[in-house]
Design a protein around this ligand. Structure first.
Ligand SMILES: [Zn+2]
Ligand SMILES: [Zn+2]
Ligand SMILES: [Zn+2]
Length: 130
C-alpha cells in the first residue's frame, strides 16, 4: 500500500462561462468541454496560472515549504527534504447561494446546468442554474 497524501491547492481559476450557451464550464484551465452543449472552450486566466506555478505548499511529511512549479492540478510532488510523495490537488470550487425562502446561505459545489436544492433550514426547494 502506498500512502496517498493529498494537499488541496489554494488557487483556482474563476468560474468561466461557455461562449456558446452561457452555462458554467467545469472548473479548470485550458481546453474545457461544456457539459451542456459540448462545445470546447479555451479557458485562460494568467493570474491564476502564475499563482499556481508559484504556489508554495508545506510538505505534509516534514513541513518543508515546496514550490509547485507547474499549473497542473492534480500533480504529484516529491519533497526534496524527505523524499516524501504527495499529490497537490485542485481546489474545490464552492459558491454561496441564498435560499429564496429564508435567506439562509448555502455553500454548494456548482455543477453546470439546472438542479434542485433543498434548503436545510426552511425545507423549501428551489432551482439553481449555472
Ligand atoms: Zn455550452
Ligand atoms: Zn518532506
Ligand atoms: Zn430556506
Amino acid at each position: 500500500m502506498v500512502d496517498s497524501v493529498e494537499v488541496e491547492s489554494k488557487h483556482v481559476a474563476p468560474l468561466a462561462e461557455c461562449a456558446h450557451c452561457n452555462h458554467m464550464l467545469p472548473p479548470g484551465l485550458g481546453e474545457i468541454q461544456c457539459e451542456i452543449c459540448e462545445a470546447v472552450c479555451k479557458v485562460s486566466h494568467q493570474p491564476t496560472v502564475d499563482a499556481l506555478i508559484e504556489e508554495s505548499v508545506p510538505c505534509p511529511h516534514c513541513n518543508m515549504i515546496l514550490v509547485a512549479g507547474t499549473e497542473e492540478r492534480p500533480v504529484d510532488l516529491t519533497c526534496s527534504g524527505c523524499n516524501g510523495v504527495f499529490a497537490l490537488t485542485a481546489k474545490i470550487v464552492k459558491v454561496e447561494i441564498e435560499c429564496p425562502g429564508c435567506e439562509r446561505k448555502l455553500r454548494i459545489r456548482p455543477r453546470p446546468g439546472t438542479r434542485q436544492l433543498d434548503c436545510p433550514a426552511c425545507e423549501s426547494a428551489f432551482n439553481v442554474t449555472f
